[in-house]
Design a protein. Structure first.
Length: 736
């Protein structure tokens, strides 16, 4: 354990100069000692000293497990917490309390795995036997998602290598796996003692930063050793991976995330960024990772409802979007904002709880928990367009830039297919399970004319994984939230995106899709509930969203036959009241109301295919037709009084729809006239609704241009000011 002896006066460490009661000895510091004592720092100059020595150099604030101490040369505006029971006068902050409760739960429940073990080691408790086995097996067999364990394993080696609770043989197994791992697709597959399942995904947005951060931090841990897969020393690994990390960070800061608002993969990004923040010795990487992590938490704060990250998503899965209590951010929400529920097996929650160098800015907590009566409108633009890649410093014809572009998964896009073809050879990806289907058409793909024809003719089908620029609109009130990817890729195939969602509670949600598969149990994507056979044109006007579907009946290469119907998820058992009246479906959760209309007059709930799903009652509404229109409007008691009044107002609202022309005129009781067709502007009381070219952030607390330069969030007296290029991060206060 690292101790600080604060020589001049303990009062320097307390707000307003109030002295902290001494505990009869050195006071342990949280920011440097795994949670024994917390210091919220605005300006501290520290000197790291080996025992018995002196130095005038800058301090390294990492925990060094007792082999030295730090001297505080200057400390101003610092908040403190002493966790020792004898320090009765010390006040424990809400984050510290949440952290300790989280770790208590992990240990009490004997949670294992790399991240469960990390929480045990933090407390000096031996992890459950076999905790690391599954993750080390993944690393040693190069199995997909092995990289998910890298932040935790790097933290174990960097902070707990000498922890008496970590068996020395176990530590050696971890070290061997880290040294022998394959951190980039250009590295060797065959290293003695390892195998390669040839199924690792290393190029999507979250995997890219996990692999790059892992490669850099492994090199930092072992700077002089040679990594067998790359043949590089640790120092050389750091030199190779730092530019990759910085490029990824810059694109996310300026344009946002391609896997936009993902309630599955944002936590993986968090783990990688927190590892860089807490472990990297390079100040630029630490500062810029911290800045990008702030924007990620801002995304969650702006697009969540009562702790449920139930917005539109660039990537999500069935359970995650149907039940806010099961989305992958639930534990993070609970830890930092006291919302949702604890998640003791969450990797990102563990990394955040044990982080010594990162605290969530208070302004983001205020935004996330703001339940003011005034509705919140948030507009955001995320991602880039392939046609504008050069504007972002990326060359679509460059193999070197190929991995950076693959984070948006453009594989067979007409502008990228030639480069993708080169990557298949450069990285020997023909046998990778993700690309194995291309192997059967290898001869055809080797022909540039065939490649060009296929990319153009089948673009609507074979680019369904791609996530180019998206414009997001979220409308949040105290009783509900509605969120939409505005007019995004209509008519194209979809994969794992979720275009719009209405949220009235954790499981009181609704959305529509066009099934990519009629196999209800299909685990692939697109499937019955995840992704889209054909994407709709969707547009939201405050509390109203309209979705137009035109199912593509052509035979594709990925999906050869598409169902001629669309459907809505509206789980009756998860609402307090529900029913169909005329062409309208109604549902109520507390004081929040939902109305859903379909162009198919015979649309109705079908008998539940699975009684253990959707709460045991019906949940699936089928609307038949190659072309269908869905309309959803939300309301609440503050606007309508009771539920009956809401239903009466909706049923009296005129709806004029031409399904074959895919056009609709709806006179909303709350918004007035909304007019929409498959093409052309969406009109709101005769005025065109902006559906594209949004700012990076545009909401009551932040206005930032796209691409982003300066980003500022303010709420009351709290603020966060960011500038990536200058490495500026000004925070008024953090959630401690």
């Amino acid at each position: 354990m690292l101790f600080a002896r604060i020589l001049p006066a303990l009062a320097l460490l307390t707000p307003g100069g109030h002295a902290l009661a001494q505990c009869g000895g050195p006071v342990p510091l949280l920011c440097d000692t795994d949670g024994d004592f917390a210091v919220g720092i605005e300006d501290i100059h520290a000197i790291r000293l080996a025992a018995g020595s002196a130095s005038s150099g800058p301090g390294d604030l990492r925990d060094i497990d007792g082999d030295g101490m730090i001297t505080l040369a200057d400390a101003r505006q610092c908040s403190t917490r002493c966790a020792q029971p004898q320090c009765a006068s010390a006040v424990e902050g809400p984050f510290a309390a949440a952290r300790e409760a989280f770790v208590d739960t992990v240990i009490e429940e004997r949670r294992s795995g790399t991240y469960g073990a990390l929480a045990h080691l933090y407390r000096g408790v031996a992890p459950p036997p076999g905790s690391f086995d599954a993750d080390l097996d993944k690393l040693n067999s190069r199995d997909d998602t092995a990289d998910f364990a890298l932040p935790g394993l790097m933290t174990v080696l960097a902070k707990h290598a000498n922890n008496e609770s970590l068996d020395s043989d176990q530590r050696q197994l971890i070290e061997d796996a880290v040294l022998n791992f394959r951190y980039w697709p250009d590295e060797l597959r065959e290293v003695p003692g390892t195998t390669d399942k040839q199924n690792m995904v290393s190029w999507t947005e979250n995997h890219y930063i996990l692999f790059a951060a892992g490669g850099y931090l492994a090199g930092q841990l072992y700077p002089e050793q040679v990594f067998p897969a790359s043949g590089r020393t640790g120092q050389e690994m750091m030199a190779v991976f730092k530019p990759r990390i910085l490029r990824w960070l810059e694109l996310r800061y300026r344009s946002g995330f391609s896997e936009w608002l993902s309630n599955v993969y944002y936590p993986e990004d968090m783990s990688a960024l927190l590892a860089l923040i807490d472990l990297a010795q390079d100040p630029e990487l630490v500062d810029k990772s911290r800045i990008v992590l702030d924007t990620l938490f801002a995304d969650i704060a702006l697009n969540s409802f009562n702790g449920f990250f139930s917005s539109t998503h660039g990537r999500t899965y069935r359970q995650h979007k149907m039940n806010g209590s099961y989305d992958a951010t639930r534990g993070i929400m609970h830890l930092i904002w006291g919302l949702n529920r604890r998640h003791p097996t969450s990797k990102a929650t563990t990394m955040l709880a044990l982080s010594e160098r990162y605290r969530v800015p208070e302004v983001l907590r205020r935004i996330a928990t703001d339940t003011a009566s005034t509705p919140m409108e948030n507009r955001q633009r995320m991602g880039i367009r392939m046609e504008q890649a050069a504007d972002w410093g990326l060359d679509v014809n460059s193999v070197d830039d190929g991995m950076a572009l693959l984070t948006m998964e453009p594989y067979t896009h007409p502008l990228f297919i030639d480069t993708f073809h080169q990557l298949l050879y450069a990285y020997d990806w023909w046998d990778n399970s993700s690309f194995r289907p291309f192997r059967a058409a290898r001869a055809e793909l080797d022909n540039p004319d065939v490649r060009a024809f296929a990319a153009q003719f089948f673009e609507w089908d074979i680019t369904r994984n791609m996530r180019p620029e998206v414009n997001i609109y979220t409308y949040r009130t105290p009783h509900y939230m509605l969120s939409t990817a505005q007019d995004w890729r209509k008519g194209f195939g979809g994969d794992q995106s979720s275009i719009w969602q209405a949220t009235l509670g954790a499981e009181a949600v609704s959305f529509t899709t066009h099934p990519g598969s009629e196999d209800y149990l299909d685990a692939g994507t697109p499937s019955y509930w995840v992704g889209y056979g054909t994407l709709p044109r969707a547009a939201q006007v405050r509390n109203v969203v309209i979705s137009l579907y035109d199912v593509d009946t052509r035979e594709g290469l990925i999906i050869t036959e598409q169902p001629l119907y669309t459907h809505a998820f509206l789980p009756r058992a998860k609402f307090d009241d529900s029913g169909k009246e005329g062409s309208w479906f109604f549902a109520r959760k507390g004081e929040a109301y939902l109305a859903l209309w379909s162009s198919d007059p015979d649309a109705d709930w079908i008998p539940a295919a699975e009684r253990g799903f959707g709460g045991g009652d019906d949940y699936d509404i089928i609307a038949n037709g190659e072309k269908t229109i869905w309309l959803c409007e939300l309301g609440d008691a503050s606007a309508y009084g009771d539920y009956a009044s809401f239903k009466a107002a909706i049923r009296a609202a005129p709806v004029e729809a031409d399904t074959q022309a895919l056009s609709i005129r709806y006179r909303s009781p709350s918004q007035g006239l909304i007019e929409m067709g498959w093409d052309g502007p969406v009109l709101h009381n005769g005025v065109a609704v902006p559906l594209d070219d949004y700012a990076r952030y545009d909401n009551p607390w932040s206005q930032a241009a796209f691409p982003a330069r300066d980003i500022t969030f303010t709420h009351g007296g709290s603020y966060l000011r960011l500038n990536f290029d200058a490495g500026i991060r000004e925070v008024s206060d953090t959630f401690d």
